[in-house]
Design a protein around this ligand. Structure first.
Ligand code: MG
Length: 371
């Protein structure tokens, strides 16, 4: 099997109720700049990144895929995922201008597409190709907990997710201008949901160490499962000091771009829950390295979904460090084989591939011209 053509695409999917916010960003759409890799046997593998749907930025990613990596992919056997990853990561001219950011996101999309193609050519779902057995992965829902929701709406949405949809864990965004307001929201949610539902909180890097010690320390009063990205993303020492000082576990990883970044945080005991993202890391190949590393340290891996549940579900089924996975619905319904949480657990996908193939309607309705 040989790669014959490399096409790119960009999808911009509307988010819940036209707009959501966390402590750093407000967005109306979720972006998926991606790649379709065509093999000479007619199979096509799809992979994409996750962005805030900013078209000039998305085009940087698709241009990088087309112009810098595309010529290196032609006539390669797409099943040789590791060799191709090494070639693009170590020997492409684009890596000279940055091992993180645009080239890394572009490489991630390509790697995902190659794994999709490899699984399709084996006529197996990706989780089986990765050595997994069918396994129940629990879904926790983030889509009721946005920072721009007024308190009553947040309480109503989270209550609905639990009572109607069967979730047993929800995450809410905190990190507002006044941390005391954050604690009031957390307390109100705990009182609404009762003691048996897990609640996660996500600061998205807004606090400094003093705030995190003071207000993060008080989250234990409400039995919070984790505090996510309490400090600026690259602050290893700060997270390490915080993790040693408060009893609520620390979760992070969605802003780390390489396996060596994870190694540095893990070695410093700066996190308790490891949250790699196949889009920010360079794809499934590097995600697997991170999961193995975390597993060796006995740390649970709960991938950051953004909105990339398809691949993360396959890797979660396959990897023993995973039993829980975030759910956000924006992109799923534009996929040919959407992930399906039911009563708080994901259904095990049975279709060949990584689940990353968009529907024809997606390209029609939410596709944006790449150039
Ligand atoms: Mg987060």
């Amino acid at each position: 099997m040989k790669i014959k053509k490399v096409d790119t695409f960009i999808l911009h999917a509307p988010v819940t109720r036209g707009g959501i916010a966390d402590s750093l960003h407000s967005i109306s759409h979720w972006g998926a700049p991606g790649v379709a890799i065509h093999a000479d046997n007619g199979l096509i593998g799809y992979g994409f990144s996750g962005t805030h749907a900013h078209l000039p930025t998305d085009r940087l990613i698709t241009d990088c895929i087309c112009d810098s990596y595309g010529p290196l992919l032609l006539d390669k056997d797409p099943r040789e995922t590791r060799g191709i990853w090494q070639l693009l990561h170590n020997n492409s001219p684009i890596m000279w201008v940055g091992r993180a950011s645009i080239p890394h996101l572009a490489l991630g999309a390509i790697d995902i597409a190659l794994w999709d193609l490899k699984a399709k050519s084996a006529d197996q779902p990706l989780w089986r190709l990765l050595g997994g057995s069918p396994k129940q992965v629990e879904a926790y829902n983030t889509d009721g907990g946005w920072l721009n929701w007024p308190l009553q709406q947040l309480l109503d949405d989270c209550k609905r997710l639990v009572e109607v949809n069967g979730y047993r864990a929800v995450k809410i965004k905190i990190g507002s201008d006044n941390p005391v307001d954050d604690l009031k929201r957390v307390e109100a949610l705990r009182n609404t949901l009762g003691p048996n539902i897990r609640i996660m909180t996500d600061v998205n890097g807004r606090w400094n160490l003093a705030q995190a010690l003071q207000y993060g320390g008080r989250l234990a009063d409400f039995d919070i499962t984790w505090i996510e990205e309490p400090l600026r993303f690259d602050d290893i020492d700060g997270h390490s000091r915080l993790a040693a000082s408060i009893s609520t576990p620390v979760a992070l990883g969605e802003q780390l771009y390489s396996a060596s970044d994870f190694r540095n945080f893990i070695q410093k005991h700066a996190l308790h829950y490891v949250q790699p993202d196949v889009c920010r890391l360079a794809g499934i190949t590097e995600w697997w390295q991170v999961a193995e590393l975390a597993h060796a340290y006995g740390l649970p891996v709960v991938s950051h979904v953004g909105d990339m549940a398809q691949v993360h579900l396959h890797t979660a089924i396959a990897h023993p460090a995973c039993s829980l996975l975030e759910y956000i619905p924006w992109l799923s319904n534009w996929m040919k084989y959407p992930v399906k949480p039911s009563d708080g657990y994901y259904e095990v996908p049975t279709e060949p591939g990584a689940g990353t193939e968009p529907t024809p309607e997606a390209f029609e309705a939410i596709g944006v011209k790449t150039r």
